[in-house]
Structure formats: structure tokens, C-alpha cells
Design a protein around this ligand. Structure first.
Ligand code: SF4
Ligand code: SF4
Ligand code: SF4
Length: 411
């Protein structure tokens, strides 16, 4: 599952179809977050979505919802080159066959429209069979495995409902899919995402992935779950400080190791810091939060939300798959988002933060976690800036030009 509160810091650097998606008049999302499955077979103690159920009962998207959803996706994608389906919130492999039927139906319908449909599933890796992994490979579906590094760390939080540990099977399936994608050309991605929680340290997670040849991975400190309430704010503060301390160490060591060499190809570590460096290198402001612009979310019942951070809160819905996006609701959300973003005026970190996450308290409205969220975002940006300056100190003009082209060609 994703971690909405941290998305502002760790999101992908590539802003696909950014101009069309950010037009104030149009709403042409390039990323559809699909809560296709609102349930999970694990009971991770820090789960921010409450085992995928976001405060409600278990739900699975059915054909009477996903068929009109396909029509809506295509009607809102005219003229776009690529549109991405991101399956998160719960464990999609609980409802795998239906998910594949949806993907086939959507891709069939998109034939001849010029819109390419990409897909990514975030999975805990405990349910996928070999056959299902092969199906994902054939359909070019990227998989992001949620594995928290070393077995002891992972198993202290990520367990089955009967209390049994999950590390072994998750790692086995990650390795299987990694081997599959490395054997074909133009393969989908196989990535890992680690949550750093409890007494775990980012540096141990980093060491673990380096030893296993995983160069780049997502790693974020755990957040307070709205649905489980398992951590006190003070504990999270201590955890974040340790995380930032380790991140600084990793970033400084990495820029010294790279000696001004290519960032994208050679970087080893958490992608959040790499993403910030790339924005600094391109002098391009970070556009990480696309809620209500380049992003939209659909729950299992077909309700629409500005992004995954609002799922579960019916009062934040902006329409449904049959009626489509309700203009008045969308306008209301955009106005409220704009209003809270005025708090960022004059903030030195604006360039790398893009206004933070406005889904910090969906029950009470469109609001920032200005206290803890901003503190973390600012420290993260400071580490990125300081380490980037060290890297710049090593750069030779020729190498820099070459890499600027490589980064540009990814857009
Ligand atoms: S794998 Fe864990 S964190 Fe992810 S949805 Fe399931 S219980 Fe939550
Ligand atoms: S005030 Fe600064 S750190 Fe906080 S959300 Fe706005 S830009 Fe980010
Ligand atoms: S409001 Fe923006 S940063 Fe927050 S969860 Fe939604 S998309 Fe992510």
C-alpha cells in the first residue's frame, strides 16, 4: 500500500503529460489510483489504510463498477499519451482475476484511441503464484513489493492475520519477479518499498538492499495511522529524527562515492533523495502533489476522490463512476487546496515540497500537517540541498551535459 502523507517527498520525478493535466479548466488525470480491493490478508501494525479497509468493511470492485469506470477513464483521457492505473490501498492479489479482466477490458477499449494504459500494483508479495507473476509480466504490469528490509525488522510489523511472519514469501516472490523482468526486453518494473518503523534504522534497510543488489528503492518513515492509532506522536518524532540522521549519512556518502558521476544510473539509496537532486539539477519545481489535477482516485464502490489520501471519507468525494466528476465538488476541492497552499507563500522549501500533503485530516477538511509534515519536509530538503552541493562540487561540464540529456529523455 502507499503512504499518502509521505507522497509529497518521495513521489516519482517524471511528470507525464504535466501541462494538460495541470490546466485549470481540464481535469485529465494521468494517474488513476484504484482502490480495487479494500481488504488485506496481512495485519501490519502500522497500516495507514487500516488493512486496506479505510475504516469500512471489506470491499472488492465488481464489474458493475469497473465497466462504467473504463468508460469514464477513456472519456477523461482524450489526447493523452499515457495513463497509469495504480492499484494500492489494499492487497490487489486477493482479487487478481477480476483485476486482470478489468485491465484487459480497459486496454481493449483504448485500442485506436492513441492512449497507452500502464499499470502498477503495490503488493505485500505473499499471495502471488508463479502463474500470476507470469500474467503480470505478459501484461507489462509493474509490481512494487512492500518489504521492510531485514527479516527481523519486517516481521516485527508485517504479519499474517494468524501472527505468522511474511518476510520469506514476500522476498521469494520479489526475487521471482525480478528474475522474470530481467529476462525480457521492454519489461515492466519490479521495485521494492520499505517502511521504516519502530526501532528499525534506515541505514540497516539501505545496507540490506545494497547487499541484495537492489540499488534504488523507496524508503519512508512510518506515519500515524488514522485507522489503527498504534503510535504516539512522540514516538514518530524520534523515528523521523533517526531516519533523517541516517538519510543525511547515506546522501553524503553517496555523493562522495559518485564524485560528480551520473546520478540516475549509479545512485544507490532511497529514491526520495534522488528525486530531490533531479529537481535541483533541472531547476524544475517539484510537482509532487497532483490531487484533483493529475491524480484521481476511485474506491471499490465507484466513488471518486481527488487522490488516495481521501478514500474512506465520503464527504470528500467529488463524484462517482456513473455521474462522473461533479464540477462543483471539484471546484470546491481545488479552491480549498489553493487556499491552504497560501500557507506556503514565502517558505524557502516551496521549490522542493510543492505545498505538502493536504490530506492530513480528511475528516475535518482540506488541511496540511503544518507542524510535523513541514518539519520533516524541510529537514529532507536541507539534506538534499547540502548533499547536492557536494555533488556539484565534483561535476565536470561534459558529464553534466550528458546526464541532463539522459534525464530530459525520461520525460
Ligand atoms: S500489506 Fe500491510 S500495510 Fe499494506 S495494506 Fe496490507 S496490512 Fe496494510
Ligand atoms: S510551508 Fe513549506 S514545508 Fe510546509 S507544506 Fe508549505 S512549502 Fe512545504
Ligand atoms: S494530497 Fe497530494 S501529497 Fe497528499 S496523498 Fe494526496 S496526492 Fe499525495
Amino acid at each position: 500500500m502507499s503512504n499518502p502523507q509521505s507522497a509529497a517527498v518521495v513521489s516519482s520525478p517524471d511528470g507525464r503529460n504535466e501541462e494538460a493535466a495541470l490546466s485549470p479548466k481540464l481535469y485529465q488525470p494521468t494517474t488513476w489510483n484504484l482502490a480495487f480491493v479494500q481488504d488485506c490478508n496481512l495485519r501490519c501494525r502500522y497500516c495507514v489504510t487500516g488493512y486496506g479497509r479505510v475504516g469500512h468493511s471489506s470491499k472488492f470492485m465488481q464489474p458493475e463498477v469497473w465497466r462504467p469506470l473504463c468508460d469514464l477513464i477513456l472519456s477523461m483521457s482524450a489526447g493523452l499519451k499515457t495513463v497509469s492505473m495504480d492499484f494500492g490501498t489494499g492487497e490487489t492479489f486477493l482479487h487478481f482475476d477480476e483485476t486482470m479482466q478489468f485491465m484487459d477490458y480497459l486496454r481493449d477499449r483504448s485500442d485506436g484511441t492513441g492512449v497507452k494504459i500502464e499499470a502498477q500494483i503495490t503488493t505485500n508479495g505473499t499471495l502471488a503464484t508463479v502463474e500470476q507473476l507470469k500474467t503480470c509480466l505478459e501484461k507489462k504490469i509493474s509490481l512494487s513489493f512492500s518489504i521492510d528490509g531485514p527479516a527481523a525488522t519486517h516481521n516485527s510489523f508485517r504479519r499474517f492475520s494468524d501472527g505468522k511472519p511474511t518476510h520469506r514469501i514476500a522476498l521469494k516472490n520479489f526475487r521471482r519477479y525480478r528474475a522474470m523482468v530481467s529476462s525480457v526486453e521492454d519489461a515492466p518494473e519490479c521495485t521494492v518499498s520499505s517502511v521504516v518503523a519502530g526501532d528499525a534504522r534506515l541505514r540497516d534497510v539501505a545496507r540490506y538492499w545494497r547487499k541484495r543488489g537492489v540499488k534504488q528503492y523507496k524508503a519512508i518513515p512510518t506515519e500515524k495511522s488514522r485507522h489503527l492509532g498504534c503510535f504516539q506522536q512522540q514516538e514518530l518524532q524520534v523515528l523521523r529524527s533517526r531516519y533523517l540522521e541516517d538519510l543525511e549519512e547515506i546522501a553524503t556518502a553517496e555523493v562522495s562515492r559518485l564524485q560528480g558521476g551520473e546520478l540516475l544510473k549509479n545512485f544507490e539509496g532511497p529514491v526520495g533523495i534522488l528525486s530531490a537532486w533531479i529537481h535541483l539539477k533541472r531547476a524544475a519545481p517539484c510537482r509532487s502533489c497532483g490531487a484533483g489535477y493529475s491524480v484521481i482516485c476511485v474506491d471499490a464502490e465507484g466513488k471518486l476522490f481527488p487522490c488516495q489520501g481521501f478514500v474512506g471519507f465520503a464527504e470528500r468525494s467529488i463524484g462517482d463512476v456513473r455521474a462522473g466528476v461533479l464540477p462543483a465538488k471539484l471546484a470546491e476541492f481545488r479552491a480549498a487546496k489553493s487556499q491552504v497552499e497560501t500557507q506556503c507563500n514565502g517558505c524557502w522549501e516551496r521549490f522542493l515540497c510543492d505545498g505538502g500533503c493536504c490530506a492530513s485530516d480528511p475528516k475535518n477538511g482540506i488541511v496540511f500537517d503544518t507542524k510535523y509534515g513541514c518539519e520533516f519536509a524541510k529537514s529532507h530538503a536541507e539534506i538534499a540541498l547540502n548533499s547536492y552541493q557536494i555533488w556539484r562540487g565534483h561535476v565536470k561540464d561534459e558529464g553534466e551535459d550528458k546526464e541532463a540529456k539522459a534525464i530530459g529523455s525520461r520525460d
